[in-house]
Write a protein that binds this ligand. Structure first.
Ligand SMILES: NC(=O)c1ccc[n+]([C@@H]2O[C@H](COP(=O)([O-])OP(=O)(O)OC[C@H]3O[C@@H](n4cnc5c(N)ncnc54)[C@H](O)[C@@H]3O)[C@@H](O)[C@H]2O)c1
Length: 440
């Protein structure tokens, strides 16, 4: 049975806390695609196909022709930042895209000016922006809600989604005020410093029934209080941390090694990057948030407790080094010590010269479009089917995340099939042969 999904009529607002490298690369990219200058490469919603029915049916539509997604031409962007630069200036500073491309969409980018941020410097010490709101946490949440409502009204929007592309906040764990919505709302009134800025945006969005996706490894919506709110207002949430670069490679390669029952002794990963993200991560408290998000991936794929002989001794180390000359062109090295038949040792070396924001921008776009779809399909709370895009997927309490990118894709595709009332695909395939036998 097909789920009831409201059509993607009218305009969709994508509001972004943090108009830095990822956000500006996303916005400039969408504007360039709209003008026919570029292609939305790396975006499953724009480029990907999905198989329907049996292989013999040869039904393989584009995902965007299968599920009712918002069209790029119907998207309006906006956002907040602690710096006053408009999106053109911020994109130029981020130095991800070439000046020629930026100039071709200059007018569109210049017209997007950040709203004042809900910010607390204690959560990102290396930022010095002054374009910030004043007030208690409760007042800041009210102001963000007003921003969302005004943005919607001024742009004649039908729907809005929020995608956090702000900096990584310092590491901390959930405490009593994060456990229930009532406790969280009291903490807002008390201006409790344990409420991070990202939570203020998330709360404001969810209170208005607006979906929220988290592109950073911050706790943000991964707390019982905001999960409760997301269900109460029927708002989809997804997090955490865009899966780009090194972790993307890990979740492509590790499932292959595990599939072949090859052992792994050690996986050393190091990175150099020189953008503002790198600057923020240069602070040990902020790096810790990223490290925790990146570390879980291998454990979930290799499951050392179940595979002692192969992965029981795995040593996993991650380093991130701030190196300004590289800008957004992050370079990563992985040394993987593996072993095979009779314990014989081998090594794999990966040197990925990636462009971080080029990999992240299509993810941010897809998360926004799928969260909007989920909202129109009345799906609320954690959207685990979007873990395909995320380094540290948020799941129901006690549920181990699935980090294998291929299983994540199957989960995503089956969710789309389920929504549209198509048969789920198990890849069993015996039926092709059974029918042949039956006929013979
Ligand atoms: N670039 C990638 O490939 C990638 C991959 C995974 C995750 N991420 C995460 O995405 C986020 C954005 O990355 P980026 O490279 O664009 O970083 P960036 O530093 O270029 O942009 C982040 C922006 O957020 C702003 N900001 C910080 N706190 C804010 C607040 N409270 N309200 C509004 N704005 C705020 C900063 O001023 C900055 O302009 C980071 O958390 C990063 O860790 C990025």
């Amino acid at each position: 049975m097909k789920m009831k999904i409201s059509p993607a009529e009218g305009k969709l607002g994508i509001l972004i806390p943090g108009l830095g490298a990822v956000a500006t690369t996303l916005i400039a990219g969408v504007e360039a695609v709209k003008k026919g200058i570029s292609q939305p490469i790396g975006s499953l919603t724009q480029m990907g196909h999905i198989r329907l029915g049996k292989r013999t049916e040869n039904r393989n539509p584009k995902i965007q022709d299968f599920v009712p997604l918002a069209h790029l031409g119907d998207i309006v962007f906006g956002g907040w930042d602690v710096y006053e630069d408009n999106v053109y200036e911020a994109a130029a500073n981020a130095k991800v895209l070439e000046p020629a491309l930026l100039n071709s969409v200059k007018a569109e980018l210049e017209s997007i000016k950040p709203m004042k941020a809900a910010f607390d410097k204690n959560y990102a010490k290396n930022l010095n922006g002054t374009h910030v709101k004043q007030g208690t946490r409760y007042e800041l949440a009210q102001q963000v809600m007003e921003d969302i409502k005004n943005f919607k009204e001024q742009n004649g929007l039908d729907r809005v989604v929020l995608v956090w592309c702000g900096s990584t906040e310092i590491y901390y764990e959930a405490s009593a005020i994060h456990q229930t919505l009532a406790a969280f709302e009291q903490a807002l009134l008390d201006d409790d410093k344990l409420i991070a800025p990202s939570m203020i945006y998330a709360y404001a969005a969810l209170k208005l029934g607006v979906p929220f996706a988290n592109g950073a490894p911050n706790l943000t919506v991964d707390i019982p209080a905001l999960i409760e709110l997301s269900k109460e207002t029927q708002s989809p949430i997804a997090g955490k941390d865009f899966k780009t670069g090194q972790t993307l490679m890990k979740t492509i390669l590790a499932p292959g090694l595990a599939a072949r029952s090859l052992g792994v002794h050690g996986w050393f990963s190091t990175n150099i990057l020189g953008n503002r993200d790198g600057l923020v991560l240069d602070d040990p408290d902020n790096f810790k948030t990223k490290e925790v998000s990146k570390l879980g991936v291998l454990e979930d794929i290799f499951k050392p407790e179940e595979n002692q002989e192969l992965y029981g001794e795995i040593y996993h180390k991650i380093r991130i080094n701030y190196y300004p000359p590289h800008g957004d062109n992050k370079e990563s090295w992985d040394n993987i010590d593996i072993f095979g038949w009779l314990g014989y040792k081998m090594q794999i070396k990966i040197n990925f010269l990636c462009r971080d924001s080029i990999l992240a921008a299509p993810i941010a776009l897809d998360l926004a479009l799928f969260c909007d779809l989920a909202k129109r399909a009345n799906m609320s709370g954690i959207q685990e089917w979007l873990s395909f895009y995320l380094k540290s997927p948020q799941t129901a309490e006690g549920l181990r995340p699935e980090n294998d990118i291929f299983k994540q894709l199957i989960k995503l595709e089956n969710t789309l099939r389920y929504m549209m009332g198509e048969d789920l695909i198990t890849h069993l395939g015996l039926d092709y042969y059974e029918e042949a036998y039956a006929e013979a």
